[in-house]
Design a protein around this ligand. Structure first.
Ligand code: CAA
Length: 399
C-alpha cells in the first residue's frame, strides 16, 4: 500500500507551468496514474457489484484513499494535501472511475468542491481548521447548492442566512447532496439579501453536528448507488460569522468558480466510466466467439470499438486541456464545461455500445457494463446539466 502513497514524498509540479501543453505526461503523472489504477483494481473492484446492489457507501475504501492522498490531491502539503496539479487529478479520477464511480464522485466532491473552495477562498483559520482532516480523508465534505426548487436555476436560492450580529441564522432545505450522510462538513449556499438576488448569496462552512442540522431522505438512485445522496435540512442553525467564506455576497461567485473546477472532475469521471466500459468490451470481443471466430474480427464489432476509442481519446484531451488551463491560471470555465458536456455524452454512448457488444451478458450484473451504463447518466446531470454547460459555453463564445 505504501508503495503508491501520494503523500509519501512531496512532488513538485512547478515546471509544468513553464511548458506549453505538449501531449506528454511526466514521470510523476504516470506514477499517479499507475497508483490510482492499482488501487482501483485491488481495493475497489472487489465488492463493487455488491455495493451497487445494496447501496453501500465505500467508507473503508474512501478512508484508504485519504491515507494514500487521493482525497486532497490538489491541496498544498502545508494543509495536509498531496500538492499535485489538476492533470494528476484528472488521471487519478479516470482510473478510479473506470472501476467505481460511486467512490470517484465522493473523491471529486471532496477534492474540487470542498477542499479547493476552502483553500482558494477561505481564511487562514478556516484552512487550518478544516483542510488537513478533509485532505487526509479523515472527514468528508459535501457541497450544498441544489434545492427542491433551485437546481439549474441556482440564483433562486430559498435557503436563508440572516445576519444576527454574532452569527447567521440558517434555514432551508438542500436536495441531491452527494456525501450527504457521510460528510462531517457542508459548504452551504444561502440567501442573505434577497433584494440583491445572486449578489446577496453567501457561502458558509457548516458542521454536521451543529444543532438544527438534520440529514434527510436517502435517494434510491439508478446509478452511482454506492454514493450517499441525501436531502439536508437546516433549521435555525447558528453559523458563526467566521464560517462565512469570502466577503458578504460572495457566495454565488464562489459556487460558480468552484463548479468550474468541479466540472473537470466530473468530466474525468465520465471519461473513466467510458474507458472502463471500453476496456471490458475490448477484452470481451477478443474472447467471445461467434460464427466461427472472435467477435472483434467481425467488422460490426471492430467499427464499434474504433468509434469508442476515438470518442474516448477526444474526451481525454478535452479533460486534460481544461486541467492544463487551470494549472496555468488561464480562464478554464468554458473549457471545463466543454469537457463535461462532451465526456458525459461519450460516457453514455460508449457504455451503451459496451453493453451491446456483450450481448445478453452485458445485461447482467456480473459483467459490470450495465452498472457503468447506469452510472454514466448522472454525469449529464450533476454539477450542471448538459444544457447548463451549453449556456456557459455559448455565453463564453458569444460575449
Ligand atoms: N463561472 C464564473 N462566474 C459565472 C459562471 C461561471 N461558470 N456562470 C455564471 N457566472 C456569474 C455571471 O458572470 C454573473 O456574475 P455577475 O452578476 O457578477 O456578472 C452571475 O454568475 C450570474 O450569472 P447569470 O446572470 O448568467 O445568471 P443566470 O441565472 O442567467 O445563469 C447559471 C446562471 C450559469 C445558469 C447558474 O445558475 C448555473 O451554473 N446553474 C447550474 C448550477 C449547478 O451546476 N448545480 C449543480 C449543483 S452542485 C452538484 O451537483 C454537486 C454534487 O453534489 C455532485
Amino acid at each position: 500500500m505504501q508503495a503508491y502513497c501520494l503523500l509519501a514524498k512531496p512532488r513538485k509540479f512547478e515546471h509544468i507551468n513553464q511548458l506549453a501543453m505538449n501531449f506528454e505526461l511526466t514521470e510523476e503523472h504516470r506514477a499517479v496514474q499507475q497508483a490510482a489504477r492499482e488501487f482501483a483494481r485491488t481495493e475497489l473492484l472487489p465488492g463493487v457489484i455488491e455495493r451497487d446492489e445494496h447501496q453501500l457507501f465505500p467508507a473503508e475504501q474512501i478512508k484508504k484513499m485519504g491515507e494514500l492522498g487521493f482525497m486532497g490531491m490538489m491541496v498544498s502539503p502545508q494543509y495536509g494535501g498531496s500538492g499535485m496539479d489538476t492533470i494528476s487529478y484528472v488521471l487519478a479520477m479516470e482510473e478510479i472511475s473506470k472501476v467505481d464511480a460511486s467512490a470517484s464522485v465522493c473523491m471529486s466532491v471532496n477534492n474540487s468542491l470542498v477542499c479547493w473552495g476552502i483553500e482558494t477562498y477561505g481564511t487562514e483559520e478556516q484552512k487550518r481548521k478544516y483542510l488537513p482532516r478533509l485532505a487526509r480523508g479523515e472527514i468528508i465534505g459535501a457541497f450544498c447548492l441544489s434545492e427542491p426548487e433551485a437546481g439549474s436555476d441556482a440564483t433562486s436560492q430559498r435557503t436563508t442566512a440572516i445576519d444576527m450580529g454574532e452569527y447567521y441564522l440558517l434555514n432551508g432545505t438542500k436536495n441531491w447532496i452527494t456525501n450527504g450522510n457521510s460528510a462531517s462538513v457542508y459548504i452551504v449556499m444561502a440567501q442573505s439579501h434577497p433584494e440583491k438576488r445572486h449578489k446577496g448569496i453567501n457561502a458558509f462552512i457548516v458542521e454536521r453536528h451543529w444543532s438544527g442540522v438534520v440529514v434527510g431522505k436517502k435517494e434510491n438512485k439508478m446509478g452511482i448507488r454506492g454514493s450517499d445522496t441525501h436531502s439536508i435540512m437546516f433549521t435555525d442553525v447558528k453559523v458563526p460569522k467566521e464560517n462565512r467564506i469570502g466577503e458578504d455576497g460572495f457566495g454565488f461567485t464562489f459556487a460558480m468558480e468552484t463548479l468550474n473546477g468541479g466540472r473537470i472532475g466530473i468530466a474525468a469521471q465520465a471519461l473513466g466510466i467510458a474507458s472502463g466500459a471500453y476496456e471490458l468490451a475490448l477484452n470481451y470481443a477478443k474472447e467471445r466467439k461467434a460464427f466461427g471466430q472472435e467477435i472483434y474480427k467481425h467488422q460490426a464489432i471492430a467499427f464499434k470499438l474504433a468509434d469508442m476509442a476515438t470518442q474516448i481519446e477526444a474526451a481525454r484531451w478535452l479533460c486534460l486541456r481544461a486541467a492544463w488551463l487551470k494549472d496555468n491560471h488561464q480562464d478554464y470555465a468554458a473549457a471545463s464545461a466543454m469537457a463535461k458536456l462532451f465526456a458525459s455524452q461519450v460516457a453514455m454512448e460508449v457504455t451503451t455500445e459496451a453493453v451491446q457488444i456483450h450481448g445478453g451478458y452485458g445485461y447482467v450484473k456480473e459483467y459490470h457494463v450495465e452498472r457503468l451504463m447506469r452510472d454514466a447518466k448522472i454525469t449529464q446531470i450533476y454539477e450542471g446539466t448538459s444544457e447548463i454547460q451549453k449556456i456557459v459555453i455559448s455565453r463564453s463564445i458569444l460575449k
